[in-house]
Design a protein around this ligand. Sequence first.
Ligand SMILES: Nc1ncnc2c1ncn2[C@@H]1O[C@H](COP(=O)(O)OP(=O)(O)OP(=O)(O)O)[C@@H](O)[C@H]1O
Ligand SMILES: [Mg+2]
Length: 532
Amino acid sequence: MKLVKDLELGFADAENYKRRENKELLNRVFIRDDHLDNLCEPNISFLIGEKGTGKTAYSIFLSNNEYKDTISSTRYVRETEYQKFVSLKKEKHLQISDFSSIWKVILYLLISKEILKREGSISKLLNYSKFNALNSAIDEYYYSAFSPEIIQALSFVQESKLAAELLAKHAKLKGEESESVTFSESRFQVNLFYMQKKFESALSQVRLAKNHILFIDGIDIRPSSIPYTLYLECIKGLANAVWEINNDFFPTIKGGQGRMRAVLLIRPDIFESIGLQNQNTKIRDNAVFLDWRTQYNSHRHSQLFEVVDHMLAVQQSTSLARGVAWDHYFPWDSPNVFEEYDTPTSFINFLRWSYYRPRDIVTMLELLKRRPGGNNDRTFISYEDFENPEFKREYSNYLLGEIKDHLSFYYGSGHYDIFLKFFEYLSGKDKFDYEYYLNAFEKLLNHIESVASDRPKFMATANDFLQFLFDLNIICFMERTEDNHQPFIHWCFRDRSYANISPKVKTGVEYQIFYGLAKALNVGKEFKEKKF
Ligand SMILES: Nc1ncnc2c1ncn2[C@@H]1O[C@H](COP(=O)(O)OP(=O)(O)OP(=O)(O)O)[C@@H](O)[C@H]1O
Ligand SMILES: [Mg+2]
C-alpha cells in the first residue's frame, strides 16, 4: 500500500477535473452509481444537491465520457455574463419573461453547435437544409469562429437585429423562406421570437444518433457586483427556459434515436427561491437529487463510503475488496460507538464531523494527509491525527468557508459579519435552549442598532433566523420523547428528501451547534464571565 504522503486524493472541488490533464484521474476515482444512470433519463431537467455533493463532478464526468448513448457538455455562467444581462436589461428594458426568451436562444445556439460538433459527421446534420441555413447564419455572424461559451451566445442575442437578419438571409438563400423580412433594432422582443422560431424549426428537422445533454453550472455563487433581485430574475429566466425547452419543445421532435436536453445544476435552497410552478412534482419527477445519507450502522454499504474507499483502493498496485483500503489507512475505532461491528468504525468519526457530503470527507483526508509534524513515512492515519486541534481548526474553517459561499448567493459581506456576530452572543455555548437563543438574538438586534446597520432579511424575526441557522445546517434541534431517554436529533440535511425539500425547525426545544463548526465559531467552551 502507498504511504500516506503519496496518496492521490483528487480534488475537493470538481471544477478542477475540467482540465484535460485531470480527466483521467476523475475517470479512475468516479463511482458510476444510480445518480448517473438517472441523469441519463429523458425526463430530467435539474440536478439538485447541496454544496459539495457532486453536481459538478457528475456533469464533468458525463462531459468527458460518452455514457449510455449520451453525449454531454458543461457550460458555466460567470460574472461577465451576468454583467451583460445587467446592461441588456437597462438597454432593452427587459421584463422577466424576456430573460427566459433570451436564455432559450442561448441554449438553442449552444446545443446546435454542440450537436454539429459531436455528431455532425455521422448524422450528416448539414444535409438538413434548415439546420444548414441556421449554421451558415451563425458562422457568418461569428466569422466562423464561434467558441461555445455563454458569453459568445449572448452577443448573438444582444445584436438581435443583425442576428435575425442573418438567419432570414440564409433561410432565403437555401430556399427555406420566400419573403424578405426586415427587422428593427427597437423591436428586440420580436427579433428574439423570430430567432427562437428559426432555431426550433431547424432543430425539429434534424435526426440524431445519440442523446445530448447541455449542463449549465455556476449559478450558485452570486458575484458581489450583481444585485440579488436582478440575479434572481436572471436565473429564474434560465430555469424556466430549461424547463420549457425540455418539456414544450424537444419532446415534439419525432424520429431519430437521440434526444436533446438541457440540465441545470442547482442547490436545493436556490431551487426553492426561484419558485417554479409545481416545485414538488418537479423535484420528484424531473430532478436528480444527490443524496448521500446513510445510517451509522449501515455506513459500510453506503455510497459515501464507497466513493472514499474506492478512491484509496484504485491507486494501489493490486485490486482490493471493498473496505480493505479504508481499514488499512484508518485502522481504529471511533469513540462512543455502542453497537458491535466486525470492522473498524473509524468512518463513523468522519460521518460525525461531516454533512455526509463527499467534499467534506475528501477535505478531511487532504488535511489529515498534509498534517505537519507527522512523520513522513506514515503508513496510516491515526485517531490522534484526527483529534489534533490544528486539524480540527483547519477543517472548521473549511466548513465556515462553505457557509460563506452559500450565503454569498443572498447577502453581501456586511451581512456575513453580522451573522458571525451572533455567535459571540452565545457566550461560548454550543448547546442551548430556546430562551437562551432568544436572549442572544435580542443582544444581536441591539448590536445591529448600535452600529446603525440595516437588519438583513434573514434576521427579520427570531424564528426566521432560527430557521436560517437550521437551513444552513449550523444547528440541529433536539426533541425529547415522553420518557426523556435519548433525544431525537433533527438536522436539515438529514431530514431533507425528495418529499421534503425544505424541512422546518421547531421552536421551544433544545439546539446544538454542529461539532465541526464549533472551533471556527468559537463556541463549545463556555466563557466564564463576559460582559457585552
Ligand atoms: N460519484 C462520485 N464518485 C467519486 N467522487 C465523487 C462522486 N460524486 C462526487 N464526488 C466528489 O465530491 C466532491 C465534491 O463535488 P463537486 O465539486 O462536484 O460538488 P458540487 O455539488 O458541484 O458543489 P458546489 O455547489 O460547491 O459547486 C469532489 O471531490 C468529487 O470528486
Ligand atoms: Mg460545483
